[in-house]
Design a protein around this ligand. Structure first.
Ligand code: MLT
Length: 231
């Protein structure tokens, strides 16, 4: 599902949903949890996050790529990895990523958080499951985005020998990944619209980091309202 706008056309019941927002929401979650963050609580609205802030939680996220003023941190993976947040729970809201997670959790059997940073860990987990999966790309305000499509392609690339590709979106994502996989950073930074947006926000370092495949091997999953590392 290349954008959550068409999620209603898909059946999620009985499936594992792998949600991705490579730039940058799910990359922040993976990077932070891998560094030592205890859990991430994704919410849709700024007001919901502020209610968590009032209870003493660390808050993180952005609107339009820019940190929400009242929040503790923004949406750079480097901020999420800072030692100050190790052992803490972070409540997070972002323009697209947490919206996609919210949509997925309503009906999917399980929600897995994927990024290029942990793509092989996600693939290895999926390989052991009997259930079908749906990859939900957060995109940007209803439009598909290149970097999320590349993640979908990277995951399908690892799973393609196990099952047949039966839909055009999966074939497109796989083809795009296989044409780009020797240089994901360059392909994303030259062509992705969000890369241009991030470069305007002086966040090019975030992009280079988020484009790394298999930086870590953790598997974050959503249980109730919280994302934690599956043991
Ligand atoms: C999103 O959820 O749209 C992104 O994480 C935006 C960003 O890069 O800050």
């Amino acid at each position: 599902c290349l954008t959550p706008e068409i999620l209603h056309l898909h059946q999620l019941e009985g499936k594992i949903a792998v949600v991705t927002d490579v730039l940058r929401a799910t990359s922040c979650m993976v990077a932070g949890l891998n560094a030592g963050v205890k859990s991430v609580i994704p919410v849709k609205k700024v007001e919901e996050a502020l209610a968590y802030a009032a209870k003493g939680y660390v808050t993180a996220g952005e609107r339009g790529g820019i940190k929400v003023e009242e929040f503790t941190i923004g949406n750079s993976p480097y901020e999420h990895m800072e030692e100050a947040y190790h052992g803490k729970s972070i409540c997070m809201t972002t323009t697209n990523g947490t919206v996609a997670i919210d949509a997925a959790k309503k009906t999917a059997d399980q929600v897995v958080i994927g990024a290029l940073l942990n793509v092989t860990a996600v693939a290895d987990y999926i390989k052991q499951q009997e259930k079908d999966i749906i990859i939900i790309c957060a995109g940007w305000k209803g439009n598909p985005s290149l970097e999320d499509t590349l993640f979908a392609g990277a995951l399908i690339h690892q799973l393609k020998h196990r099952s047949e590709i039966t839909d055009d979106a999966s074939y497109m994502a796989l083809s795009q990944y296989e044409a780009s996989n020797s240089n994901l950073t360059e392909v994303i930074s030259k062509n992705a619209s969000h890369a241009k947006r991030l470069s305007g926000l002086k966040a090019q370092n975030d992009l280079a980091f988020c484009a790394k495949e298999d930086y870590c091997d953790i598997l974050p999953i959503l249980t109730g309202d919280e994302i934690t590392i599956k043991k």
